[in-house]
Design a protein around this ligand. Structure first.
Ligand code: DON
Length: 571
């Protein structure tokens, strides 16, 4: 990946020079540039080629973007089980071809029996792994209800047609990519430790690239959903299997929790950045508010002139992120339980004041605000997909089990994984979760409350028309990856694919360090940032975006094939 990144950065810089010197001529496809999949009518971009194909087939059968989204969500639960799911949750942001916008919150909820100190021992210390592994880590899943709601409101084809491809793949099996085989191998011990039976993920010899993974139990569960709608999951056989699992493993999700789960249509958060309209996810995701705060803090600066991934650009963005993530930790939580001061957080006067302490040549220390010992971020296991159909309807969905393969609990007889989303709550004020994020009262555990998320499915309009569909996995780095990707296109004139490919960095207030992809920042810039006092920590990968750009009536589908198996297809 290192060489590819360097090559892409070089091509991008060369292309910029060519562009600048040809500005008066007509805009043409520049052969020096890196483009994604170019399509005239429609694009599907997901984390897995089989799921992308499923979505594309649905579009070709006459379905709209929302039909395809439902089909992709179920397909990902089969072909990409470490993050695709029916035992997790997520968020949709949509924009219909007529300009109507909305968002669906199908985030998991804390079970009714959950309580604030449920992960603490008698000395009020956090019990290791309890909120991340096993039955007690699971929130009440929202994905199935979400897909049924989405289909009811925005779909056009019969639901049975949309879930059938996932059933077929689960029965026939999916051929493992190299990455998927490796992930299954990495987690064999976890599957064996947490489950009291031999799951379909278990294997004596290692999984290999090209092996076929069959999931007949999951196919059965999907058939129940096909036949009975939400009752096929939240009641009857599937619900009973979940409860059996809870009883066996000491979990607390009850039949009543399952039966009463409802996803919620919410107003998306809308803001602007340099004449672009930004439509993004509001609480219980922190993503939308944080993204708009970052964009507001960037707008007064000439980001283009500062340059892509140059010292001052990275410094400025880091300083903005430091302040925005501090706000996130204190002020954001489930709006059904906590009065999120959304208006204040997005108020231009507040933001001007909030960012006024930023100096362009001096680092601020997060430690002045609060000290925190934190864990490093886990591997990237949420998943995002973006779809635009031939009518111009757009869907931006980020969905997750939280960690890789969630809680590692595979519901016996039902063949699906439960999430470990409870870790996204602040299990104790000031104690970091698996992404190093800390929180307080706003995100404390309460029965039936939704845990705060960073997922940031986003849609951008330009001149009142659809312009971009953007999103990524990455835990706390989701917000900053989406932020950089928007700046890459809007300020740095990158193609969608270049914006996805180029190196990313991330700061989240605490811990006070900048994570960066080592090939994304050159050594002189790195040194200059270190001289300013920034603690720079290289990581393998940040983000795994699936995005679509509308450009001169063409669609560019850009999926992250560098960092994952992500694939865009279109027609
Ligand atoms: O909702 C959230 O913010 C997290 N549960 C997302 C987890 C994620 O992106 C996993 N990938 N690193």
């Amino acid at each position: 990946m290192n060489h590819l990144h360097t090559l892409i950065k070089t091509c991008y810089l060369v292309a910029l020079l060519i562009q600048v010197s040809c500005q008066s001529g007509p805009v043409e496809v520049n052969t020096e540039r890196t483009y994604g999949v170019m399509a005239k009518d429609a694009v599907v971009s997901t984390a897995h080629p089989v799921a992308t194909q499923v979505g594309l087939d649905i579009l070709k059968q006459g379905g709209n973007a929302y039909d395809a989204a439902v089909a992709v969500q179920f397909a990902l639960a089969v072909v990409y089980p470490r993050a695709g799911n029916i035992g997790g949750g997520g968020f949709l942001v949509y924009r219909k071809s007529n300009g109507e916008i909305g968002s669906l919150d199908f985030r998991e909820k804390a079970p009714f029996a959950a309580h604030k100190d449920m992960y603490l021992d008698e000395n009020e210390e956090v019990i290791e792994d309890l909120s991340t592994k096993g039955h007690l880590a699971a929130g009440v899943p929202g994905a199935v209800d979400g897909m049924i709601e989405l289909h009811k409101k925005l779909g056009s084809l019969p639901f049975a047609q949309l879930i059938q491809p996932a059933i077929d793949i689960a029965n026939q099996g999916v051929v493992l990519t190299k990455r998927e085989a490796a992930k299954l191998n990495d987690h064999q011990d976890n599957f064996n430790e947490i489950n009291d039976y031999t799951t379909h993920f278990a294997k004596v010899l290692p999984w290999n690239h090209g092996d076929t993974l069959r999931l007949p139990d999951l196919a059965q569960t999907l058939m129940l959903i096909k036949a009975n709608g939400r009752a096929g999951f939240y009641e009857g056989t599937t619900a009973n299997l979940i409860i059996n699992e809870m009883e066996r493993g000491g979990g607390i999700i009850s039949l009543e929790d399952l039966k009463s789960y409802k996803s919620v249509w919410r107003d998306p958060i809308v803001g602007s950045y340099r004449d672009h309209k930004i439509i993004t996810m509001g609480p219980p995701s922190s993503g939308g508010i944080a993204l708009l705060q970052l964009l507001a803090g960037s707008e007064p600066h000439d980001i283009k002139k500062l340059g892509f991934n140059e010292t001052t650009t990275i410094h400025l963005m880091t300083e903005l992120e430091r302040r925005v993530y501090a706000d996130r930790a204190t002020h954001l939580g489930d709006p059904d339980f906590y009065d999120v001061p959304q208006a204040m957080l997005l108020d231009p006067v507040y933001l001007k004041d909030r960012f006024s302490s930023i100096s362009l040549d001096k680092k601020t220390s997060s430690q002045e605000i609060k000290e925190g010992e934190v864990a490093l971020i886990e591997s990237i296991e949420t998943t995002h997909f973006s779809i635009v159909d031939a009518w111009g309807n757009a869907a931006s969905i980020t969905t997750t089990l939280n960690g890789s393969f969630g809680s590692k609990v595979l519901v016996k007889g039902a063949g699906f994984l439960l999430n470990n989303e409870m870790d996204d709550f602040s299990v104790k004020p000031g104690v970091p979760n698996m992404f190093g994020l800390i929180g307080a009262e706003a995100n404390a555990i309460q029965p039936k409350k939704r845990m705060l998320s960073s997922m940031t499915p986003t849609i951008v309009e330009k001149n009142d028309s659809l312009y971009m569909v953007v999103g990524t996995p990455g835990g706390s780095t989701i917000i900053t990856s989406v932020y950089q990707t928007l700046l890459n296109v809007i300020d740095h004139d990158m193609t969608m694919q270049e914006a996805v490919n180029v190196g990313k960095f991330h700061h989240q207030w605490l811990p006070d360090h900048v994570l960066y992809e080592s090939d994304g920042i050159d050594s002189a810039t790195l040194e200059a940032l270190q001289l300013m006092g920034h603690v720079m920590k290289p990581v393998d990968a940040i983000g795994r975006m699936d995005c679509i750009l509308v450009n001169q009536n063409q669609l560019e589908g850009a999926s992250d094939g560098l960092r994952g198996d992500n694939t865009a297809m279109g027609y």
